[in-house]
Design a protein around this ligand. Structure first.
Ligand SMILES: [Zn+2]
Length: 343
């Protein structure tokens, strides 16, 4: 299996975020890349640099207003007297029925869901290359590879069509899904990150051609708080095309694999022609977020089980934070997946 990653993805370096009102060091560190590259290499993957795919595949997911904001907001922010070194919003619209603001501060609040996705000078470029890694992996699968891995960083699954949030700016899994969708009638996205893939759900919520399935720790006291519950099933033409499987906190391998079996039934009934796996590794028992208790061996079983769907598959990196086993967990997933499916 090929892996895709560009060095520009490492330059985004958020400094701090607010958690329960307290400023803490930001956990989405560039060092994650080194661990994940080592993990992919240990699984025998060759890492290639993606091409510049332009804005086309990204504009298929995100609004032009939002992409213009992401590209230019840092420079605009710097012109505000006394502004912070990173773009961090301090006011948000409670509903979207007001007016679109003209100012940098107003637009930051409009397009950023929270304070954990600070934008600095390198953010736009890093996010672009992260998305292009996802596009390149999708193109490899469209060209006949049974699977491909995109080392996407910054991650993407909390980004909506016009809102950043939760360390995410461009929704790489959604970009990969729509790149696949150009030649596949139906595409499924299976999100196994610790956190609910709220942005991905939001992007496809009214669509019947992309099935979204997310396994995650119960959001009752975990980000993203407002989404991720079992009652969210889609709307309009997309009703019945979203499945959320929230798990009790600290659930381990057995509970995760049981929920995965339920996810597979829904995916098989959808008869997709391609699959995107939104691969968060933060469900790990030793991850700093500590929400679930999946083991390293568990990731191998999860990979093996997903391979059993026997679908052309793009694996997109989402979360998974600094801990000793981060690279090993990626190796375990890819080895489990590849062991059943072949290289
Ligand atoms: Zn996560």
């Amino acid at each position: 299996m090929k892996a895709f990653y560009a060095n520009e993805q490492k330059r985004h370096e958020p400094k701090a975020y607010l958690s329960s009102g307290t400023a803490r060091p930001h956990p989405e560190k560039p060092e994650r890349v080194e661990r994940l590259l080592a993990g992919a290499s240990s699984a025998g993957l060759a890492v290639e640099r993606p091409k510049n795919h332009g804005l086309g595949p990204i504009a298929a997911v995100h609004s032009p207003e939002y992409l213009d904001f992401l590209e230019h907001i840092f420079a605009r922010w710097q012109r505000i007297e006394g502004a912070s070194a990173e773009v961090i919003p301090n006011i948000h619209p409670v509903t979207r029925n007001g007016s679109y603001p003209a100012s940098a501060v107003g637009q930051a609040g409009y397009h950023m869901a929270d304070t954990v996705c600070p934008i600095s000078t390198e953010t736009w470029n890093s996010a672009l290359w992260s998305a292009w890694s996802a596009v390149e992996a999708a193109e490899a699968v469209k060209a006949g590879a049974p699977s491909a891995y995109a080392l996407c960083r910054p991650p993407g699954h909390h980004a909506f069509a016009d809102v950043a949030g939760g360390f995410c700016f461009i929704n790489n899994s959604a970009v990969a899904a729509l790149a696949l969708r150009r030649s596949a009638a139906r595409v499924a996205i299976l999100d196994v990150d610790l956190h609910h893939g709220n942005g991905t759900q939001g992007i496809f919520y009214a669509r019947p051609d992309v099935l979204t399935v997310s396994l995650h720790a119960d959001p009752v006291c975990l980000y993203p708080f407002f989404w991720g519950y079992a009652g969210e099933r889609g709307e309009g033409a997309g009703l019945g095309y979203n499945l959320n499987l929230p798990l009790p906190h600290k659930s381990g391998d057995a509970a995760f694999l049981e929920a995965l079996a339920i996810a597979f039934r829904r995916i098989r009934a959808f008869a997709p022609e391609a699959l995107v796996v939104a691969l968060g590794l933060d469900a790990f028992e030793g991850d700093p977020f500590g929400g679930l208790s999946v083991t390293t061996v568990g990731f191998s079983r999860i990979g093996e089980a997903i391979a059993g769907l026997d679908l052309p598959t793009v694996i997109v990196q989402e979360g998974g934070y600094l801990c000793d086993a981060l690279g090993d967990n990626l190796t375990a997933f890819l080895t489990g997946f590849g062991g059943r499916r072949g290289p």
